[in-house]
Design a binder for this molecule. Structure first.
Ligand code: TNX
Length: 541
C-alpha cells in the first residue's frame, strides 16, 4: 500500500469514529432506540407548544414551559390546540398498543419536534429527554441546535425509586422540591420519604401534637463517626418538621412531575422520637430523649392496644395527606429485648398462640397491614418483615442483600430491590481517605451501573415480582442538602439506567461519556456532585 492509501485509510477510519460518536445523544437513562439524522432543529425565540387538550396535557405543557423558562431563560408560547407552525407538538398515539405505559416517541426534525405516547406519563418522559437534549446541545453563546433524531423509548422496570431520610437530618421544602426535580429529570417515578426515626419525627400529626413539639427536636447531635468512642456532641438543639400544608404542597409538586410519594412511618423500631413524645407507648415507660447519636435502640413501640390505636390514628392522617397505594411501615432493626420482659407482650404472645417475639413482630406488622388494607392501601416493609411470616399483600424492600427479596418473590410477594452494597448512597463513592465523612462502605458509580435487580436464581414467573430498584439515602452523615446532592450525583444517573434502560442497551463506556456531559447539566441546574466518580480503589464492599 502506498503512503497515500494509508493516510486515506486513517482519514476514513477517524471520520467514521467521529460519526460513530455523533450517533449518541446524551440522554440518561439511555433510550431503547435512537436514530440520528444529518440535519438539525435550531431553537429560536419563537418556540411554541401545542397539544391535544384532554385537561392534563395542557398542565404538562405548562410545566415544561416553566421549566425551560426558569432553567434556560427561553420562553415557550402556548398554542393550545392550534397546530399551525407549532414547534413542539404533544400527541396521544392513535394506536396505543404500540406504546408501553410509560413509553414515548420523540421525533426531532428540521421542521419541528413531536412527542407521541399512549399516556400523559409517556409524554412527560419524552419532554424530559427533550429537556436533557436542550441542556446538552447548548453552546457558549446559548444557541441550541438539536440533532435530527427519532427516539423510541420505554421503561424496563415499573418501580424506579429514590429514598430520602429526613429523620437524621431535615432539609428545607425547597430542597425536597429540588430533589424531586432531579427524580423527574432521570425518569424516576417514586420518592420514598422516610419521615420518622429515632433522631426526629418530621411530619405534623394533628391528633398528637407532642410528636412535633417534642419528637421533632433533639438536644444535640453526635460529632464524627458513630462507631468512634468516646462520643462527642455538639451541644446544639436541632430539628424541625413539615407541616401538613407543606406536605400537601410537596405531594402536589411531585404529582405534577409524575412522581408518587410513598411515606414511611417506622414501626415498631426506630421510634425513640415518638417515645420521647409519648413514653406510654413503650413497654417500660421512662424519661426518653429524642436520640442524639446513630444506631439501633432497644426501646421500641410496645405491642399493645394503645400503640395500635396511636399508630392507626397517625396512619389515618398520613393517608389523608398521601394518596399513594403504598404506605411504608418500616419494620427494620427492632430489637426484642424489651418485648421479652414485657408482661403485655408476653400475654399477647400467649393469647394469639405465637411462638416468640419474632412472631409478635409479624403479628404487629400484619395487624397494621390489615388496617391499611381495609383503607385500600398496601404496605411496604424492610426485609425483616419476612421474619415470623409475611403479611398478606405486603411488598418487601430488600436491603440486607438480596436474599430477603428472593425469598419474598418465591412466596409470590412483590419486591423492591435496595441491596446495601449497590443501592446505599450513604456509602463512599470514591477513596474514603480523601472524601468527606460517610458511614463507610464503597459503592462506586460503576458498581451501581452494573447492578441487575433480577437475581439469576429466580424463575421467570418469580422475577415478575421484582418491581424495580431504589437507592436509599440515609442522612446520618449528610447534614446539608449540598452534601446530599454530592452523594447522589452522579450515582443516581447510574441507577436511572439500571431501572429504565433495557439490559441490551446498557453500556458502561457510553454511560461514562454521557455522564460527563451531565456534569454540565448539574452545573447549569445548580446541583453539587462528585466530579471524580471514575477512579476505582481496591476496597470491597
Ligand atoms: C440501616 S436500611 C438502616 C438505617 C440506617 C442505615 C445506614 C434500614 C432499613 N435501616 O436506619 O440509616 O442502615 O446505612
Amino acid at each position: 500500500m502506498n503512503r497515500f492509501a494509508i493516510v486515506a485509510l486513517f482519514v476514513v477510519f477517524f471520520a467514521s469514529c467521529r460519526t460513530q460518536i455523533k450517533k449518541e445523544v446524551d440522554i440518561i437513562p439511555r433510550p431503547q432506540k435512537i436514530e440520528i439524522g444529518n440535519s438539525v432543529f435550531k431553537i429560536n425565540s419563537n418556540l411554541t407548544i401545542n397539544y391535544e387538550d384532554d385537561g392534563s396535557l395542557g398542565k404538562t405543557a405548562d410545566y415544561f414551559s416553566r421549566l425551560v423558562e426558569n432553567k434556560l431563560g427561553l420562553r415557550i408560547n402556548d398554542a393550545g390546540k392550534e397546530e399551525n407552525n407549532s414547534s413542539i407538538k404533544l400527541l396521544y398515539a392513535d394506536d396505543k398498543s404500540l406504546f408501553g405505559e410509560e413509553g414515548y416517541k420523540l421525533s426531532i426534525k428540521e421542521s419541528g419536534i413531536k412527542i407521541t405516547a399512549a399516556t400523559g406519563k409517556g409524554i412527560f418522559y419524552g419532554l424530559q429527554s427533550l429537556f436533557q437534549l436542550m441542556l446538552t446541545n447548548r453552546d457558549e453563546n446559548d444557541i441550541i441546535e438539536l440533532p435530527e433524531a427519532e427516539i423510541a423509548d420505554d421503561a424496563m422496570f415499573k418501580y424506579r425509586g429514590m429514598h430520602l431520610d429526613v429523620g437524621r437530618h431535615i432539609f428545607p421544602v425547597r430542597f425536597i422540591k429540588k430533589y424531586i426535580d432531579l427524580l423527574a429529570l432521570y425518569k424516576f417515578n417514586t420518592f420514598h420519604w422516610h419521615l420518622t426515626d429515632d433522631q426526629g419525627w418530621r411530619i405534623e400529626i394533628k391528633k398528637y401534637p407532642r410528636l412535633t413539639e417534642i419528637g421533632a427536636w433533639r438536644d444535640q447531635t453526635l460529632i464524627g463517626h458513630g462507631g468512634k468512642k468516646p462520643y462527642k456532641y455538639d451541644g446544639e438543639k436541632y430539628g424541625g418538621f413539615y407541616n401538613q400544608d407543606e406536605i400537601r404542597d410537596i405531594v402536589k409538586y411531585a404529582e405534577e412531575r409524575k412522581i408518587t410519594i410513598i411515606p414511611e412511618i417506622e414501626m415498631p423500631g426506630h421510634s425513640m422520637a415518638a417515645l420521647a413524645a409519648y413514653p406510654e407507648l413503650a413497654c417500660h415507660p421512662a424519661d426518653f430523649k429524642v436520640a442524639e447519636r446513630w444506631g439501633v435502640f432497644d426501646d421500641i413501640y410496645c405491642a399493645k392496644d394503645e400503640t395500635f390505636e396511636f399508630l392507626e390514628n397517625v396512619l389515618l392522617e398520613v393517608m389523608e395527606l398521601f394518596p399513594s397505594k403504598y404506605i411504608h411501615i418500616g419494620g427494620d432493626e427492632a430489637p426484642k429485648t424489651k418485648w421479652k420482659t414485657s408482661a403485655v407482650c408476653q400475654a399477647t404472645i400467649k393469647r394469639e398462640g405465637l411462638k416468640d417475639e419474632q412472631e409478635l413482630q409479624s403479628y404487629f406488622i400484619q395487624r397494621i397491614g390489615k388496617f391499611l388494607n381495609a383503607h385500600g392501601r398496601s404496605i411496604i416493609g424492610w426485609d425483616e418483615i419476612l421474619e415470623g411470616g409475611l403479611a398478606a399483600n405486603a411488598t418487601l424492600m430488600s436491603w440486607r442483600g438480596t436474599e430477603g427479596g428472593i425469598a419474598a418473590a418465591m412466596q409470590g410477594h412483590d419486591v423492591i430491590m435496595t441491596p446495601g452494597s449497590y443501592c446505599y448512597f450513604d456509602h463512599y463513592q470514591a477513596n474514603p481517605e480523601t472524601e468527606p465523612l460517610a458511614i463507610g462502605g464503597y459503592t462506586s458509580l460503576e458498581k451501581v451501573y452494573y447492578y441487575n435487580p433480577i437475581p439469576d436464581t429466580l424463575s421467570r414467573k418469580e422475577a415478575k415480582h421484582i418491581l424495580g430498584a431504589q437507592a436509599n439515602v440515609w442522612t446520618e452523615y449528610m447534614g446539608t442538602s449540598e452534601y446530599v446532592e454530592y452523594m447522589i450525583l452522579p450515582r443516581m444517573a447510574a441507577l436511572a439506567e439500571v431501572d429504565w434502560t433495557y439490559p441490551a442497551n446498557k453500556d458502561w463506556g457510553s454511560f461514562k461519556n454521557r455522564v460527563k456531559e451531565h456534569f454540565r447539566i448539574y452545573d447549569e441546574l445548580g446541583y453539587d456532585y462528585c466530579d471524580h466518580p471514575f477512579e476505582t480503589i481496591n476496597k470491597p464492599n
